[in-house]
Design a protein around this ligand. Structure first.
Ligand SMILES: Nc1nc2c(ncn2[C@@H]2O[C@H](COP(=O)(O)OP(=O)(O)OP(=O)(O)O)[C@@H](O)[C@H]2O)c(=O)[nH]1
Length: 530
């Protein structure tokens, strides 16, 4: 009965003809305010099992139950003085101490303040306790999981500075508040329940914040502005609507706000689903994670919103599956974000490898060689250990290129680099300075020993021809060696090794020359290839 005649007249039977039978044991009203419902026993309900009238998902609804033969109603609500704390917040429980004879009824005056339908059942007390225990255990586990994942996301946000984790954290925290407000667990914190719990706008506000944050998270996570700008526009639209509704909620509690919000969430959910399907199709790894996280949530959100819009009634398990789905989604997305970061790290390492090593020869690139040389000079100064340098160049390499072509020339450089590396110690460093010029840094090595190494390198090349594509090419090296002098810097050492190299060239090539310690003129430094 959608209005509120005086209780005495309803119970007295004056309005019996106005009650309309409903097909399912579900109490839901399109409008807020007091409504009358009548629960009639079609068969006798014995008092022996201590039967209880159970009204699930009450949220803000307050119930007055008028039992047969009782002059005063039993009042029940989730919060406030009518809350019965012997039971969980799963349902309002009204005892039927005398059971019900067939045809007897209980009249319910329900002050409707929630659009959530209440499922109604009559259960023995033992069953009520059993379901309460399951409910409390399950909800505690899921809420704790959500909080832990939110804290994890906060830590990763602060630690790594990845904004997506911030959005994820806000989504999860707002969802926790939304769940404990609607689910009633908020009453465990009386002052918070007094402050926020009785206002239907509280759950809406948290719901809107959660929806906005999750849309922002997904847009960021899937890089939608760049990859799928069309769907991004749809999500922007949804977020704009939700943000407007969020602001309006501060001044109005009209039910239409929730309805529009639910529709915006439905549209956004469909857009997210489309974005993750398209992303997966294109082989985007984050889209796979989102799909795994979102598919169960998608189904649950549709079920949930459909019920709130009054389109259908959900089975009991949806109440539990909804927060569990959120926890699962949060976990999968946290792992997905970590995977993203791992991928970024791999890309960065790859880029750094490419910058450090020369692609053709596998030797260090020139900037890396230069850096290592500076570091080796600094180390030698600090430790007092000797340091030597071998600078070498392939003889008449231009001729090899001209005669056999650039491709063979490349292969020639690759083989020379390979033979060189094989003759060096583990802690020696080898770089390509440019063209056919190579540099070897020999820590803890005196000039005489370095000359030996250089001779070794020379014979590694001229001992046998290079075999390339069925051709045998005879190559030789000219090498210059220098040892770091006290107070000498890296560029001066390099100049002296280069000078020694040119001494070898001038003396007829295929030989090693050493440069004795002495100052290098600015003129000589300027000659060094840069
Ligand atoms: N195939 C190939 N050739 C290169 C590469 N980089 C530079 N060169 C060539 O290497 C040659 C270097 O010649 P130079 O060192 O100036 O002269 P050279 O012929 O080796 O003569 P000397 O050094 O005086 O014995 C040039 O012809 C460059 O074009 C490369 O990566 N691959």
């Amino acid at each position: 009965m959608p209005d509120d005649p005086p209780a005495a007249r309803v119970i007295g039977g004056d309005h019996d003809a106005r009650f309309v039978a409903v097909p399912t044991p579900t109490i839901s009203s399109a409008t807020e305010g007091p409504h009358w419902w009548r629960v009639t026993a079609l068969q006798p309900i014995a008092a022996t099992d201590a039967p209880q009238l159970v009204l699930q998902t009450p949220y803000l609804n307050a119930v007055e139950a008028w039992l047969p033969g009782q002059a005063m109603p039993v009042r029940r609500a989730m919060l406030g003085r009518d809350a019965d704390r012997r039971y969980s917040t799963r349902a309002l429980v009204v005892p039927l101490p005398k059971g019900l004879a067939a045809g007897q009824h209980v009249d319910l005056r329900i002050d409707v303040r929630s659009s959530l339908p209440m499922r109604l059942a009559i259960e023995p007390l033992s069953e009520v306790h059993r379901k309460d225990l399951v409910h409390v255990g399950w909800r505690a586990a899921v809420l704790a999981a959500l909080l832990v994942i939110a804290i994890l996301a906060l830590g990763l946000w602060i630690g790594i500075g990845e904004r997506s984790y911030g959005f994820l954290m806000v989504t999860l925290l707002a969802q926790v508040f939304c769940l404990v407000t609607i689910g009633g667990e908020l009453r465990a914190v009386p002052w918070l329940a007094d402050l926020l719990g009785a206002d239907p706008r509280t759950s809406r506000l948290f719901g809107f914040v959660s929806a906005i944050a999750s849309i922002s998270f997904i847009a960021h996570y899937l890089d939608l502005p760049k990859r799928q700008p069309g769907l991004m526009r749809v999500l922007h639209g949804c977020n704009a609507v939700l943000a407007a509704l969020l602001l309006v909620t501060f001044v109005s509690g009209a039910a239409i706000i929730a309805t529009i919000g639910n529709l915006a969430v439905l549209v956004a959910t469909a857009a997210v689903f489309a974005a993750s399907v398209v992303g997966s199709w294109r082989g985007q790894r984050p889209a796979y994670f989102l799909l795994v996280a979102w598919l169960p949530m998608l189904l649950l959100v549709i079920l949930h919103v459909g019920e709130r819009l009054g389109l259908w009634i959900n089975p009991d398990w949806v109440d539990v599956a909804f927060p569990a789905g959120f926890a699962l989604a949060g976990l999968v997305l946290t792992v997905g974000l970590a995977d993203n970061i791992q991928q970024l790290r791999r890309d960065r390492d790859q880029a750094s490898r490419l910058a450090t090593f020369d692609a053709l020869t596998g030797a260090m690139s020139r900037p890396a060689t230069s850096e290592r040389l500076e570091a080796a000079v600094a180390d030698a100064r600090r430790s007092g250990l000797p340091l030597s340098l071998v600078f070498f160049d392939v003889d008449h390499f231009k001729h090899i290129n001209d005669k056999h072509g650039h491709r063979i020339g490349d292969e020639c450089l690759r083989i020379i680099a390979l033979r060189t590396r094989n003759r060096l110690r583990r802690y020696d460093q080898f770089g390509r300075w440019g063209g056919d010029e190579m540099l070897v840094i020999l820590p803890d090595t005196r000039l005489a020993e370095a000359r030996g190494v250089a001779e070794n390198l020379r014979s590694a090349i001229n001992c046998r021809p290079l075999s390339i594509e069925g051709r045998l090419l005879q190559a030789t090296l000219s090498l210059g060696v220098a040892e770091l002098a006290p107070d000498e810097d890296a560029s001066s050492l390099l100049v002296r090794a280069d000078t020694a190299l040119y001494t070898s060239k001038a003396a007829g090539r295929d030989r090693v020359s050493g440069h004795a310690v002495g100052s290098v003129t600015q003129e000589q430094k300027a000659l060094l290839p840069r």
